[in-house]
Design a binder for this molecule. Structure first.
Ligand SMILES: [Zn+2]
Length: 252
């Protein structure tokens, strides 16, 4: 297996993987989306809510707010060996809010009892409070999986199978953001979908080659950086395979 990173920012990443089967690419995509542990609000204890929105709607909004967290720093509550699933500081984080109107309540108003767990953006509006209205609650966040609830979804992931490489002699069109690759340029879908003129031009001269591989497009929608989403997914896949081979050995 060969991996080449094509593009990387905090929340997005593109990479090419060669030497894997479509089934592996599909498994990697699914794990990144719905099987890596991410942090989200699970319980909200309302002390006071005079706002126009009822408790359930505010709780739902809090749940869908991505929270940052340190990878591998927390246990999954159900499997926590410290509290046996009851909830403790090693598997849960409290986020407290106390605000009086008038004014908008933003995600940044939440006070977390942990340094690494907080809303990824400070400016997500939660609810507007009018004169003398008050909102007070204590929210509990914990790790979970996208396959259980969308609020724990790790990323939006897609991939392009067998991408095209055009040879160096062919002049790429100015619209295309071609990535230098071996003896030519890698054509990424989406950069120039309307035209693809350079590919057409190149194929006339026999300068187009399909390579066996997958270009992954990962956009993190949780509190992890895109790179950590990929690393988490690789860890989970690794764990699944070793459990599977252990079970297989038992059969012999
Ligand atoms: Zn615990």
């Amino acid at each position: 297996m060969e991996v080449q990173i094509l593009n990387k920012s905090e929340l997005e990443m593109q990479f090419l993987v060669e030497g894997i089967k479509p089934s592996y690419a599909s498994a990697l995509r699914r794990v990144m989306m719905s099987e890596i542990p991410t942090m989200a609000t699970e319980y909200v204890d309302f002390k006071k809510n005079d706002s126009a929105l009822n408790d359930e709607i505010i709780a739902n909004r809090l749940g869908l707010m991505p929270l940052t967290f340190e990878r591998d720093a927390y246990n999954i509550t159900q499997e926590c060996d410290n509290c046996k699933g009851k909830g403790c500081s090693r598997c849960q984080v409290k986020l407290v809010l106390k605000k009086k109107g008038p004014g908008m309540v933003y995600s940044g108003d939440l006070k977390s009892d942990s340094k690494d767990v907080k809303p990824i953006f400070d400016d997500i509006p939660i609810v507007e409070l009018f004169n003398d209205q008050e909102l007070q609650f204590e929210a509990t966040a914990q790790l979970g999986f996208g396959k259980v609830h969308t609020k724990w979804q790790g990323a939006v992931v897609g991939y392009q199978e067998n991408p095209t490489v055009i040879k160096k002699e062919v002049k790429p069109c100015p619209v295309h953001k071609l990535v230098p690759f071996r003896n030519g340029y890698l054509v990424k879908k989406g950069d120039c979908e309307m035209c693809m003129d350079c590919v057409e031009e190149a194929s006339k001269k026999g300068g187009v080659e399909k390579i066996g591989g997958f270009i992954f497009n990962v956009e993190s929608v949780c509190g992890l950086h895109a790179q950590d989403v990929v690393l988490s997914a690789a860890d989970i896949l690794d764990k699944k395979f070793s459990e599977f081979s252990k079970d297989l050995k038992k059969l012999k």
